[in-house]
Design a protein around this ligand. Structure first.
Ligand SMILES: Nc1ncnc2c1ncn2[C@@H]1O[C@H](COP(=O)(O)OP(=O)(O)O)[C@@H](O)[C@H]1O
Ligand SMILES: [Mg+2]
Length: 346
């Protein structure tokens, strides 16, 4: 009986739901008709679309109106737009002169009301900086940079770091300036070191970070930069042994392959005629393939020559490991055999 009741209820519920759907659909259609009209009323003013510097002012807020505004601003080479307390950053994919210069940083930093200036990443940076300062007890601030691959997150994080390295150094105390410069150098060097090991060329971004990063900048009570720490998480480790079609492994392997000296390559047992399975698309060269930059960053961060050699030998070993092949054994209870060719690799 329960079962029958249950079934009846289900059928009943289903029918009701269908009726409801029908009803909702009807009202949605008339709603969407009126939204369409609003959108049409909003859009003909094409010349004005780029003037909306806050997406909350767009009316009605629909994907079409928001995207049209962003598109109009992009055409006018305006790459930042507020969306309430969030900032939308579009990737210009080209260098924009004077957008991030020292003078612009100072302008935003010194302005009594920076939010009255054009939307910019420096407004967000400055607001967080002032929030730390304005409290009786300093309150930690976080800036979250999110977006799809290639959107410009790494670029934006670098801009933020440069901004704080500039504004959080006392101009009057030379010692403090030196400390800040040293911290800035180390944070930027840590980038130059983490990127070859954690970035790869993908279909969307030739320098795609395959890991997340939490950068902590520490300020003293006078708002001066006194320290920094970087934590990484969720590295896409599987890329070492399995690269999607038309993408590459982590940059470091290509840097070694292209930039290692003959002497080093001998140590790593890499000869020119060798082919590494885990080094696909090695003919694609990108500007990030600079082995010397990585070695310099290691030097600056205190990784000595001996440690460096150990690291590179391990990496070379990983590439050799990728060339191992196995043949399945006849008897399933027995281990697989190494391919004849792979014995040399071992
Ligand atoms: N604000 C910007 N100005 C100029 N070029 C940029 C800007 N943001 C990103 N780019 C370009 O876009 C590329 C991808 O950006 P990136 O920060 O690496 O993306 P993500 O970290 O989100 O994957 C960069 O290598 C750089 O060439
Ligand atoms: Mg990135």
């Amino acid at each position: 009986m329960n079962c029958a009741d249950g079934r009846r209820n289900v059928r009943h519920g289903g029918a009701e739901a269908m009726g409801l759907n029908h009803h909702v659909r009807g009202s949605q259609m008339s709603q969407s008709d009126s939204v369409d009209e609003d959108v049409q009323a909003f859009l003909p003013d094409q010349d004005q679309l780029h003037t909306y510097d806050d997406l909350t002012k767009v009316n009605p807020v629909t994907p079409t109106t928001v995207l049209k505004c962003l598109q109009a601003r992009y055409r006018m080479k305006v790459f930042y737009t507020h969306a309430g307390c969030t900032l939308v950053a579009l990737n210009p994919f080209q260098s924009i002169p004077d957008l991030y210069s020292l003078d612009v940083m100072k302008e935003y930093h010194c302005a009594p009301q920076p939010q009255e200036f054009k939307p910019h990443i420096f407004i967000v940076a400055e607001k967080a900086y002032r929030n730390v300062r304005s409290q009786l007890e300093p309150v930690d601030q976080s800036l979250v940079v999110s977006g799809e691959s290639g959107a410009g997150k790494t670029w934006t994080s670098r801009c933020l770091m440069k901004y704080y390295a500039t504004v959080a150094a006392s101009s009057s105390v030379l010692k403090s300036q030196n400390t800040v410069k040293r911290i800035e150098r180390r944070v930027l060097d840590s980038n130059s070191l983490m990127e070859p090991f954690g970035n790869a060329c993908t279909l969307r971004n030739h320098n795609s970070s395959r890991f997340g990063k939490y950068i902590q900048l520490q300020l003293d009570r006078c708002q001066l930069l006194v320290g920094a720490s970087v934590q990484t998480y969720l590295l896409e480790k599987t890329r070492v042994s399995c690269q999607p079609a038309n993408e590459r492994n982590f940059h470091i392997f290509y840097q070694m392959w292209n930039g290692g000296t003959d002497e080093q390559k001998k140590q790593w047992m890499m000869s020119h005629d060798q082919c590494f399975k885990w080094l696909p698309n090695s003919e694609v060269l990108i500007e990030e393939d600079c082995f010397q930059d990585t070695v310099e960053a290691m030097d600056h961060l205190g990784i000595n020559a001996e440690k460096q050699q150990q690291i590179f030998r391990i990496l070379a070993g990983i590439l050799h490991l990728g060339n191992l092949g196995f043949s399945s054994s006849v008897d399933e209870s027995q281990p697989c055999n190494l391919d004849e060719k792979a014995k040399g690799t071992v």
